[in-house]
Design a binder for this molecule. Sequence first.
Ligand SMILES: Cc1ncc(C[n+]2csc(CCOP(=O)(O)OP(=O)(O)O)c2C)c(N)n1
Length: 568
Amino acid sequence: MTNREFLTEYVSAFTHSLVHLGVKNAVVSPGSRSTPLAYACMKQEGLKVYRQIDERSAAYFALGLAKASGAPVMLLCTSGTAAANYFPAIVEAYYARVPLIVVTADRPPELRDVGAPQAINQINLFGSHVKWSVDMPMPEQENRLDFLGRHLHRSVASAKTEPKGPVHINVPFREPLRIDFDQNYESHGEIAHFEAEHSLSSAAENFLQEILAQPKGLFVMGEMTEKLPDEFWKFIQKLQWPVLADPLSNVRTNIDPSCKELIIDSYDALLKNESFKEAMVPDVVVRVGPQPVSKPLSLYLTAIKPETYVVIDESPMLRDAQSVVTHHIQASADSLWRMPIEVNPETDYRMKWAKASEIYWHVVERHCNDEKDEGVLAKLFFDELEGSDLVVGSSMPIRDVDTFFKATERDIRIFANRGANGIDGVVSTAFGVQAAGNRPTYLFIGDLSFLHDMNGLIASKMQATDLTVVIMNNDGGGIFSYLPQSQEERHFEELFGTPTGLTFGDAAKMYDAEYAAVETKEQLVEALRSEKQKQVKIIEVFTDRQENVVVHRKLWEQLNEELLKQWM
Ligand SMILES: Cc1ncc(C[n+]2csc(CCOP(=O)(O)OP(=O)(O)O)c2C)c(N)n1
């Protein structure tokens, strides 16, 4: 075989195996050392190739795509700092449990550690933030394709096994790097793979039967990226407990109408009220998914330390930062929905939650009529959504979703990067989510987070998309005004507020996006409803950091008053 023939065979076997193992999408960045695999990706049937120039954005794009599609996504880049730029998204994928197959091309062994250009130490580059890392054998005259296939099998199986996550495959190539596009590849047989499933053990099932029959129980739903099956809605209907639904749980949207009363979307606000907290102490708490976004909920559960606090999680890692969980059941959420349970009677406890929630939303409606701050504008925006995906930035946007996104039957999926809570890569994540869902997608983001990944907009020049970006421009980090640092005037603006004075009309022009500047509620609705003309629409909403804090506090005061009048 010529060099070109065995190189072609190697990379063809590589992409063929990945597709066989369920990888349908690849995100490729330009570079020389990755040439053979980049060509193989383009040639590979069943693999869709997305492109992004900036590797940091590429990795976040892949993260969004993998999260929203539920399937592992391949990343490919050249050697050197290109690979290092993948790191932030790999960290997020590791903690958020998103399967990524990270492939970095490398120099051959003789060009490592000898001062060759674009050569860095890529072995175990991502350290403890990947589930497995392997340095592949070189393509050679007598390719060990069986060996290659086994490593790829292990990579994808590791990425897909709970807790899901990223794996790293480093592939050295020696020049020349061109392959033969006309050379056919015949698979020599792939490994048949059956995935593991964590079902409930009978001991866990017996324990849960007893627990779930209690009348004063709280069911907490953290982030669930997959669509909930009908069994879930049937399960909570029988359970008759209040379901505290995190905005990322998929339980605040697409809700089954018969379960409306059970879904509590206002707990973040209600659990700021002392009398409410005192009156509503549960006997038992059961949680599925990670800890919700809500800090008041976290503080509440820490303070009351429930006698029985059960977490159902397939991973051996218990997500319990406050050390309050008492039971860890290692099983899939699906196995819980499938478990037969008795129908519980409607309880006073659940009705009280529902009543308080109703009061909360009345207060919010009144508040939104009277005010025009960031939260109110956010609520207006959420009410306009239908048949779309929503990607939410860290900082205040995710908190605004927690406070103002009312449970709805409308078809919306909500995503955010909560694995490591970064403000980076959010624009790219949104493009990735859009690519997976292939429907109108909205990004709700602060001005600093937008600036952080403005490069992500390059995606709109590389492939078809449909994204509307709503930027809350409060000229800096609005969240810091809610934190104790804001009590100290010295250096607050320099160190935390960090205003830039930048606005995004010119950036929109540069990326050929539509643009609307918004200052009022009417303008926002008009901008959202106007027919979209381009791949990307940017709606820049101007708000004031100080006003946002004052108006938010007013809302909590109004809620306290109404709870006192109508609920206690
Ligand atoms: C990569 C990264 N850098 C820094 C932070 C710390 N941080 C948290 S929120 C925030 C400010 C974000 O500002 P903006 O996106 O405008 O949103 P706002 O606070 O105004 O809602 C910063 C810098 C972070 N979470 N991630």
